[in-house]
Design a protein around this ligand. Structure first.
Ligand SMILES: CC(C)(COP(=O)(O)OP(=O)(O)OC[C@H]1O[C@@H](n2cnc3c(N)ncnc32)[C@H](O)[C@@H]1OP(=O)(O)O)[C@@H](O)C(=O)NCCC(=O)NCCS
Length: 175
């Protein structure tokens, strides 16, 4: 089991591109994303280039003893404002990795980035991510009905939100 106290977040660099693409294209990850096509190296490189040039966007990797095992991104970053996040683990990440990623990323969001609120959007079928958001104290704020076309049907999209005050209280309660 990973211990979040031994983990740290760092910005993604161009050297991480291949590893991150492997994670993102893996069926275990891809099936939970809002866009589920196979991403090419070109599309991935363009995504990274655009993201790196956007001052309101951060793509961070979480690592333990120098080995990266997950990615988290924040979009629309502004002090005291609401920001979207998204994340995924390496398909080989050990148990406890999600908890370490969430703890480190939310501490970064509210302490370093000084955000007011973090928002996440989750497909109705993604039970692990729904549990994950609830575990960190996120509130379900809305359900966009039949919002995302997946294969031959539409899935509901769940909107979760966590306020800085709720995160502080969650951190106190968890000790
Ligand atoms: C969403 C995601 C990050 C969630 O991670 P996770 O599986 O909850 O990560 P963990 O390894 O911390 O938790 C696995 C289980 O171990 C449990 N666990 C974690 N740390 C624990 C600890 N210290 N003690 C006891 N149990 C623990 C968790 O409660 C969880 O149990 P559950 O499956 O019954 O809820 C991961 O599933 C993932 O990357 N999914 C694919 C991509 C994705 O869906 N991204 C989000 C899109 S919205």
């Amino acid at each position: 089991m990973l211990d979040y106290r031994q983990c740290n977040l760092r910005p993604m660099t161009p050297q991480d591109l291949d590893m991150v693409l492997m994670w993102r294209n893996h069926p275990k990850i891809r099936q939970h994303m809002l866009t589920q096509h196979h991403i090419s190296h070109e599309e991935h490189a363009l995504w990274y280039e655009k993201s790196a040039a956007n001052l309101q966007r951060k793509i961070m990797l979480i690592e333990c003893n120098g080995a990266a095992f997950g990615l988290v991104h924040f979009n629309g970053i502004e002090k005291n404002a609401c920001t979207e996040w998204g994340f995924y683990l390496s398909p080989e990440a050990p148990k406890g990795s999600g908890t370490s990623l969430g703890t480190s990323a939310l501490s970064f969001a509210f302490n370093a980035l000084q955000l007011h609120k973090v928002c996440g959007q989750v497909l109705d079928s993604n039970h692990a991510s729904i549990r994950f958001h609830e575990r960190f104290g996120f509130k379900l704020e809305g359900r966009l009905r039949e919002q995302v076309p997946i294969s031959s049907e539409f899935q509901d999209l769940l909107c979760f939100g966590l306020l800085k005050t709720e995160w502080s209280q969650h951190a106190v309660d968890k000790g």
